[in-house]
Ligand binder design. Structure first.
Ligand SMILES: Cc1cc2nc3c(=O)[nH]c(=O)nc-3n(C[C@H](O)[C@H](O)[C@H](O)COP(=O)(O)OP(=O)(O)OC[C@H]3O[C@@H](n4cnc5c(N)ncnc54)[C@H](O)[C@@H]3O)c2cc1C
Length: 354
């Protein structure tokens, strides 16, 4: 963001500027207005750039082309040239990143909710297929190995939805509750990284549950498969989220405290959870986690937070999730739950209700 070279020249009217520059990604070009960052005399600043001027004339920018994207086809993205486009400054000059980050916090939450929703939809499709398709003499859902895969997906889906909803609650409360604001600050980055990272592999596994039908466009799995990687890329890619988590832990004591408090409150219900909590790398004041280990740290915290959220909600799948994700090193693929897990109970809970 800070190396942005779009230039904002002040005009005669208070807070009005002319933008000159190029933007390689501008999504939703059919919108009535966009938030744009550009360099004003006082530094990088945030602007609202409308499609039309107050007198109704077209604003001075050109959509150069639409992007040819892997997926996300229902939402056009474009490349744009600003040719002296009229824009109004939002926030102070030089405070562009701080201003736009308020919006970015919400869009990062959107990414997390979107990833959880993609997983839930993919699971619903896989469950429907497996409950109706017969192979090798019985319905797929009755085949023990398929039940293991589906149950593991169901655990992931429920834990992801629970975490996304917990973060959404914190974002909602942030304006009136400083502790929830501090929690939202770090948990948004954690959840954006982990849920979005898990979604693509999850959708591919669900796709495979449909066999060949999951690879053809009559099913919705190809569309979900194309869409799934996007949330981990835009609005700050995975590494950027992980580095943000490190930054929050190192520089924002309140964020670190409320996160650890949230995790601590779930202790005492599950021995494997307690042991995983005790094994967390130190995050105390002055204890800096190496950048190269940021993914390790963020993933550990995100899985613990998913587990804590399930435990505190009294979810009947909390113990199975913790056993599968925290009690031992995480298996390299879905469908590797211990055979003693009650697959049918988990699946019954996961079947969409009418
Ligand atoms: C479909 C689509 C629509 C988009 N729409 C918009 C839009 O409307 N407006 C807009 O402004 N942007 C938009 N974007 C851009 C998007 O926000 C960026 O592509 C995204 O944030 C990643 O930034 P980048 O492309 O500059 O990648 P880079 O910053 O070049 O990053 C490349 C890789 O390097 C990693 N990386 C970066 N820094 C570090 C580091 N310090 N340490 C380790 N790894 C690092 C990143 O995690 C990433 O994996 C859109 C992108 C897509 C795909």
């Amino acid at each position: 963001m800070r190396s942005n070279r779009t230039c904002a020249t002040p005009l005669a009217g208070e807070g009005e500027y002319a933008l000159v520059g190029h933007k390689w990604f501008l999504s939703a070009p059919m919108s009535d207005a966009w938030l744009v960052l550009a360099q004003a005399p006082g530094g990088l600043s945030c602007f609202l750039m409308p499609r039309r001027l107050p007198d109704g004339a077209r604003n001075a920018f050109r959509l150069m082309r639409l992007k040819d994207k892997l997926g996300d086809w229902a939402n056009a993205s474009s490349e744009v040239e600003f040719c002296g486009a009229w824009a109004r400054r939002i926030g102070a000059e030089g405070r562009g990143v701080a201003t736009i980050i308020e919006m970015v916090m919400l869009t990062r939450l959107d990414c997390m909710l979107g990833a959880a929703a993609e997983m839930r939809m993919a699971l619903a499709q896989a469950l429907h297929h497996a409950r109706h398709r017969r192979a090798f003499g019985r319905r797929l859902v009755e085949q023990p190995l398929m039940a293991n895969v589906l149950a593991d997906l169901a655990l992931e889906s429920e834990a992801s939805t629970a975490l996304a909803m917990r973060v959404a609650r914190a974002v909602d409360a942030a304006a009136r509750d400083p502790a929830e604001a501090a929690f939202a600050r770090v948990a948004t980055a954690l959840g954006k990284f982990w849920l979005c990272r898990r979604a693509a592999g999850f959708v591919n596994e669900a796709q495979e549950c449909l066999g060949g039908a999951g690879y053809v466009e009559e099913s919705m799995l190809p569309r979900l498969y194309r869409q799934a990687p996007l949330n981990s890329i835009w609005e700050g890619s995975g590494n950027v989220q992980c580095l943000d988590v490190l930054r929050a832990l190192a520089r924002e004591p309140q964020s670190r405290q409320v996160l650890l408090h949230e995790l601590e409150q779930a202790r005492g219900h599950d021995a494997a959870y307690d042991a995983a909590f005790d094994a967390l790398p130190p995050t105390g004041e002055g204890e800096v986690v190496a950048e190269a280990m940021a993914r390790h740290m963020a993933a550990s915290l995100a899985i613990l937070l998913q587990a804590a959220t399930l435990l505190r909600a009294g979810s009947p799948v909390a113990a199975a999730f913790i056993a599968a994700r925290l009690a031992a090193p995480m298996p390299p693929a879905y469908g590797m739950l211990d055979a003693s897990v009650a697959f049918s109970d988990i699946l019954e809970r996961a079947v969409p209700s009418r």
